[in-house]
Design a protein around this ligand. Structure first.
Ligand code: FAD
Length: 492
């Protein structure tokens, strides 16, 4: 098979490796716009599951990646100097450049033709081939050239972030929150190798503007951030320039989803097909899993179109829970002021629970009470166990399949109140939890919460009305969501 891959990130490189391992006769060319050894970004984190995938797919590169990775074995939450450490969290990290160097060498040794400094803007620029793999990242030009075919949509995050490095080597994964005059700003940092760490800084847009980053030079930006995070950096420097001399930009994270992953012989893979917010550290893993799935399907199926469709189906299904996690995690950081008024210990607990849909739908204090109550009640433990994945999957379905009906819901949002979407969730949660709070002193909370829900009811009714059958709306899931949640309670 003649294959053209556009983009030499983890997805593209790994796919070419696997295709060559399956069949040396495949004629594969990979086009990468950057020079060899020049990527963007710093280190990325991952967990055992990715190592297993790598070892199982190509033991040789898997072993080198494992040996090059740095292991971190605790997570620290630092709020204005008050630190909480948990040993429950551990994982790995590796420099993006190191990862790509390993994969590049492996691909080259297996006979993949690697064309660096070759930007491809449209399929028509490629040589004749049987399959075009668009793995050209989040800003995929191949996807954008045919955006309607792919049904791509994008959600732009509210926070600003910048992906930096530092010569301070962190032993743990650290989240550090600093208070400045315009508001809170925080970093996500972890050691990558013996000399450096990744240091991602994030803040609400208004804090970013208030601190003057919009009009600040790259050097001044680094100096200002070094000052803000002086206690964590302890005199070490921040780095904001990549190997090609480009300065890291401040960005708003964009979550892309595509309904279709292939059009004719062109197929999307990795960030070109979907992105997941960096606060769950999974984009590289998902890109590599895409590569494994696509290579497997092409190996298993006789017809390319058949293989491409089977690949898309498998990966779209597999992605849903992580996409839901990523949205919840991103939302938690966007709503961080909701939690920062809590004592630091409680704040850290909620940071670690940020993927819970319940947390986003209950007052943080009620959530904490429930959390503590579950430690003492077997019934609630069971309930918690069910609502976690159950509610996440509802959340995921709502965000993907129910898009149009929910757009109608959002249009009914009353000014200054929670969204109708939250109203529905809250009703579901109350139906779920209402009779199941034995031994839990939530009377006050519950009463005020019911007050809130009473206020929401008109919005919810309006939302249901708005979602009744008409052009472009699919209302069927709406009552179902509530019933399904109640069904969870019934199962407990
Ligand atoms: C701040 C931040 C932190 C992150 N942290 C993590 C983490 O901790 N763990 C994790 O798993 N993931 C993380 N990610 C996500 C991860 O970086 C991506 O999901 C992953 O790199 C996707 O791989 P990819 O191969 O699809 O795309 P990319 O790695 O983006 O590779 C695409 C390649 O295509 C090339 N290219 C683009 N356009 C063209 C063109 N027209 N012609 C030729 N070449 C082109 C680019 O130069 C690039 O080399 C993070 C992302 C961000 C933004």
């Amino acid at each position: 098979m003649r294959i053209a891959c556009v983009g030499g990130g983890p997805a593209g490189l790994y796919f070419t490796i696997l295709m060559k391992l399956y069949d040396q006769r495949h004629d594969i060319t990979l086009f990468e716009r950057n020079a060899a050894g020049h990527t963007y970004g710093w280190g990325v984190v991952f967990w055992d599951d990715l190592l297993e995938t790598l070892q199982g797919s190509d033991a040789e590169s898997g072993r080198i990646i494992r040996d090059s990775a740095r292991r971190w074995s605790s997570q620290v939450v630092d709020v204005q100097g008050t630190r909480f450490e948990t040993g429950e969290h551990c994982g790995y990290s590796i420099g993006r450049q190191r990862l790509l160097d390993i994969l590049t060498e492996r691909a080259r040794n297996l006979g993949v033709r690697l064309e660096f400094e070759q930007e491809v803007k449209a399929p028509s620029e490629l040589p004749e081939c049987d399959l075009i793999v668009a793995c050209d990242g989040v800003n995929s030009q191949l996807r954008e050239a045919d955006a309607d075919q792919f049904g791509t949509s994008v959600h732009v995050g509210r926070n600003k972030y910048i992906w930096l490095g530092t010569d301070k080597v962190f032993d743990s994964f650290i989240f550090a929150f600093a208070r400045t005059d315009p508001g809170w700003i925080w970093c996500h940092a972890y050691g990558v190798d013996a000399n450096s760490s990744t240091f991602i800084v994030e803040c609400p847009s208004e804090v970013w503007s208030g601190l003057g980053f919009g009009s600040m030079s790259a050097d001044d930006t680094l100096a200002a951030l070094e000052e803000i995070f002086r206690p964590q950096l302890s005199g070490h420097r921040l780095f904001g320039k990549f190997r090609d001399g480009q300065a890291a930009p401040w960005l708003n994270f964009r979550t892309f989803t595509s309904q279709n992953w292939n059009a004719g012989k062109l197929v999307l893979m990795g960030d070109a097909a979907h992105t997941t917010h960096f606060t769950i550290g999974s984009g590289t893993k998902l890109a590599i899993e895409d590569a494994v799935a696509l290579a497997n399907k092409l190996q298993e199926r006789r017809e390319i179109q058949d293989a491409l469709q089977a690949y898309a189906r498998e990966r779209q299904t597999a992605l849903q829970p992580l996409q839901a996690d990523a949205r919840l995690s991103a939302q938690w950081f966007e709503d961080v002021s909701r939690y920062l008024e809590l004592p630091p210990e409680q704040f850290s607990t909620l940071l670690l629970k940020r993927r819970s849909p319940l947390l986003h739908n209950l007052s943080p204090r009620l959530y904490l009470r429930l959390l503590h109550a579950t430690e003492e009640s077997a019934v609630l433990q069971k309930l918690w166990k069910y609502t976690g994945p159950g509610a996440r999957s509802l959340y995921s379905r709502r965000k993907s399949g129910l898009g149009r009906g929910l757009a109608a819901l959002r249009r009914t949002r009353p000014a200054g109140r929670s969204s109708a979407r939250q109203g529905l969730d809250d009703l579901a949660v109350l139906q779920l939890l209402g009779p199941n709070l034995p031994g839990l002193d939530v009377a006050g909370q519950h009463a005020s919460y019911q007050g809130e829900v009473a206020l929401m009811r008109p919005a919810v009714a309006g939302a249901r009305e708005a979602a009744k059958p008409r052009r472009g709306c699919d209302p069927h899931h709406l009552p179902g969501r509530v019933n399904q949640a109640s069904g969870l309670a019934a199962r407990c």
